[in-house]
Design a protein around this ligand. Structure first.
Ligand SMILES: [Fe+2]
Ligand SMILES: [Fe+2]
Length: 436
């Protein structure tokens, strides 16, 4: 990921909105890279125009295009980005000047952030500085867009507001759901889905009484999770990219749900919901008019498990940090948002609580299994041992058990994908009967 502001949000130091505003201010006040390159005589006016022209089409960062065209070397770009940082405002300084941080805690947090960066990469994080500098502009554009939309259908948003209230009242949640007739059959189906624990309680009533009974049995947390699952289906399952991204998410949710169930330490529905939403940043990339994620093209097809690294090189940030900040802006629970933000970390960041570490490790394991199943490539499973030791997963779930029972993960995945196909039929808008 690689953004100090996003790190501060995860730590609860600042609100997500404050991070977005700071990123926007940094972008507005920062000198343009093209101007600096001209001043430093690294680019000619013609070359700057060339890059700007390309930028209109591809929406990639200026520096990335200039390097692609061979006008700048990676080293020259690094130098320019550092110059840009020295001459423009820093996010942390803006936060201090707004009274959101003081010097003492800033120094402490910066030290923690440096250690956090070390957890993200398998090797040395030499590219971290450049990554940070590239990131602000593209990220603030995409977050501005995420901020302008709400992923929740109106009745779901009101139901969530009730579910989030201090005292949980299943009746008021059910009352909100009843306001949209199409919601109940979909919720009922999702409650039965393999990645939602296969609820069988008093379903099929098809009226408010059935909903009250279901929400009462689920309790506050799982009712909220069910509403997030419903919203996942609304948000992901439309548009051209739906097939691959939706199937990937559903498969990971099913595998993660199963692994969490085996561990007995992590709540399966929580991990299932984190699995559903883990790649929402990729979806936002795909739907963005500002950044053309298709520009990642063949690189991404060739190295599917490294897509986050390719994004960091091209855009300066990856879909994990984008997804985490978007979820926080939309009011998702911090636990789910953190799992999404950390889901490509090579090792758990220092200080992560044991339960969150296990949850994160299992989510990453689900990703690894899914890539193996989808590509029919069992060589991926050779990476399990390293993952198990980095995240100390053996205390929650022995790898020997996973190795012995991995076929159940494959079956859970298949069942979830089949069930989602059926769900699509239920959720599809019915054709309006014509009069004659
Ligand atoms: Fe991802
Ligand atoms: Fe993924």
């Amino acid at each position: 990921m690689g953004l100090f502001e996003a790190f501060l949000v995860r730590r609860g130091v600042i609100e997500p909105l404050a991070a977005v505003e700071v990123l926007e201010t940094v972008c507005q006040q920062r000198p343009r890279l093209g101007q600096l390159a001209l001043r430093e005589r690294l680019l000619s006016v013609g070359e700057v125009c060339d890059v700007l022209e390309r930028q209109v089409e591809s929406r990639l960062p200026f520096g990335a295009i200039a390097v692609d065209l061979g006008y700048l070397t990676a080293g020259e770009l690094g130098g320019l980005l550092q110059l840009q940082q020295r001459t423009g405002p820093r996010g942390a300084e803006l936060l201090c000047s707004r009274g959101l941080l003081d010097d003492g805690s800033l120094r402490k947090l910066e030290a923690q952030y440096t250690s956090d960066l070390g957890s993200q990469y398998a090797g040395e994080p030499q590219d971290a500085d450049v990554t940070d500098l590239l990131a602000a502009q593209g990220l603030s554009l995409l977050l501005a867009r995420a901020r302008g939309v709400t992923p929740f259908a109106p009745a779901v948003a009101s139901a969530l507001a009730h579910a989030n209230a201090a005292s949980f009242d299943p009746e008021s949640v059910a009352r909100e759901i009843a306001k949209d007739r199409r919601l109940w059959p979909r919720l009922e189906y999702l409650a039965r889905a393999p990645w939602f624990a296969g609820m069988t309680c008093r379903l099929g009533c098809g009226h408010e009484g059935g909903a009250v009974a279901l929400f009462a049995e689920l309790g506050k947390e799982r009712t909220r999770e069910l509403l997030y699952a419903l919203t996942f289906a609304d948000v992901f399952d439309r548009g051209t990219e739906r097939e691959s991204l939706t199937a990937h998410a559903v498969a990971i949710a099913a595998i993660a749900h199963t692994l969490a169930g085996w561990s007995k330490l992590v709540e399966p529905t929580l991990l299932g919901v984190a699995g559903l939403w883990h790649d929402v940043g990729r979806l936002l990339f795909c739907r963005s008019a500002e950044l053309d994620r298709a520009a990642l093209g063949s690189d991404e097809e060739e190295f599917p498990t490294s897509s986050h690294l390719i994004e960091r090189m091209r855009f300066g940030f990856d879909h994990a940090v984008l997804g985490e900040l978007a979820l926080r802006l939309w009011g998702f629970p911090g636990e789910v948002a953190s799992l999404v933000g950390l889901h490509h970390y090579h090792r758990p960041p220092v200080g992560l609580a044991a339960k969150s570490r296990i949850a994160l490790g299992l989510l990453e394991a689900a990703d690894l299994f899914e890539h193996g199943f989808a590509a029919r490539d069992s060589s991926q499973f050779g990476r399990l041992e390293g993952l198990w030791s980095r995240f100390a997963l053996a205390e929650a779930l022995p790898l020997t058990r996973v190795r012995a029972e991995w076929r159940q993960l494959r079956d859970a995945r298949t069942a979830a994908l089949d069930a989602f196909e059926e769900y699509r039929v239920i959720a599809a808008p019915r054709p309006v009967a014509s009069a004659g």
